[in-house]
Design a protein around this ligand. Structure first.
Ligand SMILES: [Zn+2]
Length: 124
């Protein structure tokens, strides 16, 4: 099944819920594929409003469902979780890189050796 052709045909039956333009001329782009499921983005040709659809294909049948996105979810996620890298760690890395003269490979080797030293310090 040609997923884009299928969606193009489906799109004719839908109008943009922002400006009312028929989706037959909207841009449809596949963002990702997972086994028999596609995530596609549809962008209205008139007002550029974009939304995502999850398309699940089972043999010759396809089910299309909207992907509901909470625009504030990433913000909430950031607030809930600690940042992956702290400011101190960024500063440490900056200090390390400023005093470092070599390629990336030796940088990581140097860091591993330093970690090994730190570990042996704690053991002894
Ligand atoms: Zn529109």
């Amino acid at each position: 099944m040609n997923i884009l052709r299928f969606l193009r045909e489906q799109a004719k039956g839908y109008d943009c819920n922002v400006c009312g333009q028929n989706h037959s001329r909207s841009e449809i782009r596949v963002l990702g594929r997972l086994e028999t499921a596609w995530i596609v983005r549809v962008t209205c040709a008139k007002c550029q409003t974009a939304f995502k659809l999850l398309v699940v294909v089972d043999d010759d049948h396809a089910a299309v469902s909207p992907v509901h996105e909470d625009p504030l979810a990433p913000v909430r996620e950031l607030r809930r979780r600690r940042p992956a890298v702290s400011l101190d760690e960024v500063l440490d890395a900056h200090e390390l890189l400023r005093g470092f003269d070599g390629d990336v490979r030796s940088l990581f080797r140097a860091r591993r050796e330093r970690l090994a030293e730190a570990e042996s310090d704690t053991i002894s």
